[in-house]
Design a protein around this ligand. Structure first.
Ligand code: MLT
Length: 406
């Protein structure tokens, strides 16, 4: 008899953003006349930077020619891209990361979700609350979390991120082995300072723990004093893995390219307590399960780092950040407390009502889609997340509609 993985039964019946998409689609079907504005899932709307398009066209032409045609690429990504990334995203900021430490992939969602596969069942895992649901759900699937009781999985350690701690949680009271952190934060839009991030690195060193640092939104950081990478903290290369994405940085949600950094110096332990290089295991995993990102897409990603690519990407980021200002100022002027939207594309709005009720109110009365905070965890109750990813005119209209509700 073929039996299902029983742990899947512990999950909500559908993934948060699929659930929202279904609800919106159902609502739209019964109200076809309503013009819905989506500020829910963080999906980009603006076209790819011309530098990326040109690079992709050129790469497609190469694929149409026997001399320059390419079959399977390296599972780790082409060296030209990994070298460019190491140089621009890390060495230029004083972080000692080399091309060898970089694994190009088709998305930070896949990588943050898959990374837990490398660890034993019994590790103690700490996740922020609220949190990007992928970190939790993939550990549920792997059977590490225990049952879901009263809004939480019994065997996870929740790091509460609240207004009082400015959405940067305290260190765990007890020893944990794996810690998920995300800054600029999804969903709260909060940022972390170097001093705060350093405390986590020191905690990981002291406890032989590993930090999985999701930096998918680093391109939105405007304040130069803030860390864009955990490797700006000395010693982090030994205790942290970092996830980056071209999705929000350069509008790649539809063409898929991201990367994960597993430094050669990053150490985990085997069953005898002997140190072993984590990089070798991720390399083993990737070479088995993954055949690399397509050549044209890696060429497009490489073009992000060209002079014109950098200029165009900065314009894209400014575009969405301008939307974020509209959202933040609009909601603040209505009396709502807002976090984020300054170094992040997400605005975390304190609604002081049930998150799903507020979601329904915005959908039904304003035709605007947001994301209910409770979908990200217990501490998200009483909040909604509003995304700045949409066309400027639509964002202005959405805020206008919301303002008229009061
Ligand atoms: C989000 O809205 O949180 C993200 O777009 C989801 C994702 O990147 O997977």
């Amino acid at each position: 008899m073929i039996s299902i993985n029983e742990h899947y039964k512990k999950l909500n019946s559908s993934y948060l953003f699929s659930d929202i998409a279904q609800r919106v689609s159902k609502y739209q079907k019964s109200h076809p006349e309503k013009k819905i504005i989506k500020l829910g899932i963080g999906d980009v709307t603006e076209p790819l930077p011309p530098a990326c398009i040109n690079a992709m066209h050129k790469a497609c032409d190469e694929m149409g020619n026997r001399e320059s045609f390419k079959g399977y690429g390296p599972e780790q990504g082409y060296e030209f891209l990994r070298e460019t990334i190491a140089e621009n995203d890390f060495k230029a900021r004083g972080a000692n990361i080399s091309a060898n430490d970089i694994f190009v992939s088709d998305g930070a969602k896949c990588d943050t979700g898959s990374f837990q596969e490398l660890f034993t069942q019994s590790i103690k895992i700490a996740v922020p609350d609220p949190v990007y649901p992928v970190y939790v759900d993939t550990n549920v699937m792997a059977g590490r979390t225990g049952n879901y009781v009263d809004g939480r999985y019994q065997d996870l350690i929740y790091l509460e991120s609240t207004k009082d701690n400015k959405f940067v949680p305290e260190l765990p009271e007890n020893q944990v082995d794996l810690i998920y952190l995300c800054y600029p934060n999804n969903p709260t839009g909060a940022i972390i300072t170097k001093a705060e991030l350093e405390k986590w690195v020191r905690y990981a060193e002291k406890n032989n723990a590993l930090i999985l640092f999701d930096a998918a939104y680093e391109a939105f950081i405007q304040d130069e004093a803030l860390p864009k990478s955990i490797y700006e903290i000395p010693g982090a290369d030994k205790v942290a893995v970092e996830f980056r994405s071209f999705s929000k940085t350069a509008g790649f949600t539809g063409i898929r390219c991201a990367y994960t950094v597993v430094p050669e110096s990053c150490i985990v332990y085997d069953e005898a307590g002997e140190p072993t290089k984590l990089r070798d295991y991720w390399n083993r995993r990737q070479t088995t399960r993954f055949n690399g990102v397509s050549y044209p897409v890696q060429c497009a990603a490489n073009a992000v780092y060209s002079e014109e690519g950098q200029k165009q990407v900065k314009e894209l980021i400014s575009y969405y950040l301008k939307n974020a200002v509209v959202i933040r100022e609009g909601l603040t002027s209505m009396g709502y407390n807002c976090t984020g939207g300054e170094n992040s594309p997400y605005i975390w709005v304190e609604t002081q009502t049930d998150s799903w009720e507020f979601f329904d109110l915005l959908l039904e009365k304003a035709g605007v889609v947001c994301t209910p905070g409770s979908g990200f965890g217990k501490c998200g109750e009483g909040f909604v997340r509003i995304s700045a990813f949409n066309q400027y005119e639509k964002v202005v209209e959405a805020i206008d509609r919301i303002t008229k509700l009061k």
